[in-house]
Design a protein. Structure first.
Length: 168
């Protein structure tokens, strides 16, 4: 926002601090009027013809805006991405434990990145690894949606699951 001498227009439409429309006037008259009231002339609508300016306390306006932004920031829900790592030879008990962990994460509203890591000669059996990952995902009972499909990365495969909207 432009204020006082930063306003480039020759004529502006002025609104006073109470919201009363004072009409169109020359910029130097509007600035003088604002200074008379110990306030600032702030350009609120620069694209209008003539530009609309308001007489207000600019410092107070900036404070109110920053306060609103802080409130909005605190109300935002931060979604974390939790990770679950599997191997091709992970035993069923461990798979059940990791499945329970993934369901718990989804229940809390977090995203879950499930990775299956391939080591050494396991990299030759990528079809088996992909099948194991699909079986693991199909075994999850908590409601979820697949945010990113199964993708290959240098060490194996991964997929990202997100909780459904009603669960958040």
């Amino acid at each position: 926002m432009r204020i006082n001498d930063g306003i480039r227009a020759v004529r502006v439409f002025v609104i006073d601090e109470m919201g009363k429309q004072l009409g169109e006037m020359a910029i130097f008259e509007a600035i003088a009027l604002a200074r008379e009231h110990m306030l600032d002339l702030v350009e609120v609508s620069p694209k209008a013809v003539p530009p609309v300016c308001r007489i207000m306390d600019y410092g107070k306006q900036l404070y109110q805006q920053s306060k609103q932004m802080r409130i909005a920031k605190t109300k935002q829900k931060r979604v974390e991405t939790k990770g679950v790592r599997l191997g091709v030879r992970t035993d069923t008990h461990d798979l059940n434990f990791k499945k329970a962990q993934a369901e718990k994460f989804l229940g809390h509203g977090d995203k879950v990145k499930i990775e299956i890591v391939l080591k050494g000669r396991e990299k030759a059996h990528q079809d088996l690894a992909r099948k194991n990952l699909q079986d693991f995902i199909s075994g999850i009972t908590a409601p979820y949606k697949i945010e990113e499909q199964i993708k290959r990365f240098p060490g194996g495969f991964n997929v990202i699951l997100a909780p459904t909207e009603e669960q958040k």
